[in-house]
Design a protein around this ligand. Structure first.
Ligand code: A3P
Length: 292
């Protein structure tokens, strides 16, 4: 396997109107042609919305009783794959988990793709004869408040060499508002999928902050493997084996808090952000639902 430090960080480029890197566009055609099985579930997020947490929860709900050994023997990124990731040269484990196998996969899978980039969501529509299955959501969208998403993404980009160079906080802050992030604009992503929900009844739209609240009320108590402290130490989910991450810079399972933005935004940035946010979100009924 190649060492990450010898590989340059990727550049952002415009892909169908969305900022992307080649790591997430090389598999574009395969993902477009994917046909979900009737009982598959798709988890959709803008990066850093709590994808890893929710994928761990869904995987346990889906497979926990049938095969409890799954959680202790298979890394989460193989149990719940990110459909569009293309890292063959970097991850030997990914090589052995070849594309045909991936697309023969069933269970829960993830995408960060932007709505208009993926009409194939329809393949996750339940068939009329799937009476039982038709009552469950086929796709779950998780949204997280913009400010914490930005902070979380900043620390992630600092430590993950497969992401473009983040630069300093102040330039990152501006680029986030301009949508010059991998997977594009946070604003377009959360709004695009919110609109999708109005026409796609199988999409369950939820919020990271509500999950944190459920945790506070001990509603997730039974699933001890999804607790923040457990996940931070769990080598099956914390990416500790991934050579592309520099854990001296930041951890992958980092803080898991609501409101960490207060430790990063200056007062001036907070005001500037607010003004821009109101303008960008003004037409959206989502604005009232999202935490700030
Ligand atoms: P922070 O960087 O704010 O800590 P994603 O999985 O989409 O990349 O999201 C990562 C964010 O989810 C990180 O946020 C991470 O700490 C948080 N997270 C991961 N596991 C969690 C858990 N069990 N409970 C709460 N937050 C969690």
């Amino acid at each position: 396997s190649r060492k990450m430090d010898s590989i340059p960080r990727p550049e952002l480029f415009d892909f169908h109107g969305v900022s992307m890197t080649h790591y997430f566009t090389d598999n574009w055609e395969d993902v477009q042609n994917l046909q979900a099985r009737p009982d598959d579930i798709l988890l959709v997020t803008y990066p850093k919305a709590g994808t890893t947490w929710v994928s761990n929860i869904l995987d346990q709900l889906y497979f926990g009783l049938i095969s409890p050994e799954r959680q202790t023997s298979i890394p989460l990124y193989l149990r719940v794959p990110l459909l569009e990731i293309a890292l063959p040269a970097l991850q030997p484990e990914m090589d052995s988990f070849s594309r045909p196998e991936l697309f023969d996969f069933h269970g829960v899978s993830i995408t960060h793709y932007f709505t208009d980039n993926w009409e194939n969501i329809q393949s996750f529509q339940a068939q009329p004869d799937d009476i039982l299955i038709a009552t469950y959501p086929k796709a779950v969208y998780v949204a997280r408040n913009a400010r914490d998403s930005m902070v979380s993404y900043f620390h992630y980009d600092r430590m993950n060499m497969i992401q473009p160079e983040p630069g300093d906080w102040s330039s990152y802050f501006h680029r986030f508002m301009e949508g010059k992030m991998v997977f594009g604009s946070w604003y377009d992503h959360v709004n695009g999928w919110w609109k999708k929900k109005q026409t796609y009844s199988k999409l369950h739209y939820m919020f990271y902050e509500d999950l944190i609240e459920s945790r506070r009320k001990n509603e997730l108590e039974a699933l001890h493997r999804v607790h923040f402290d457990f996940m931070k130490k769990d080598d099956m989910v914390n990416h500790s084996a991934f050579s592309g991450m520099d854990f001296k810079v930041s951890s992958f399972i980092r803080k898991g808090k609501v409101g960490d933005w207060k430790n990063h935004f200056t007062v001036a940035q907070s005001e500037q952000f607010d003004e821009d946010y109101k303008e960008k979100m003004k037409d959206s009924t989502l604005q009232q639902k999202l935490k700030r």
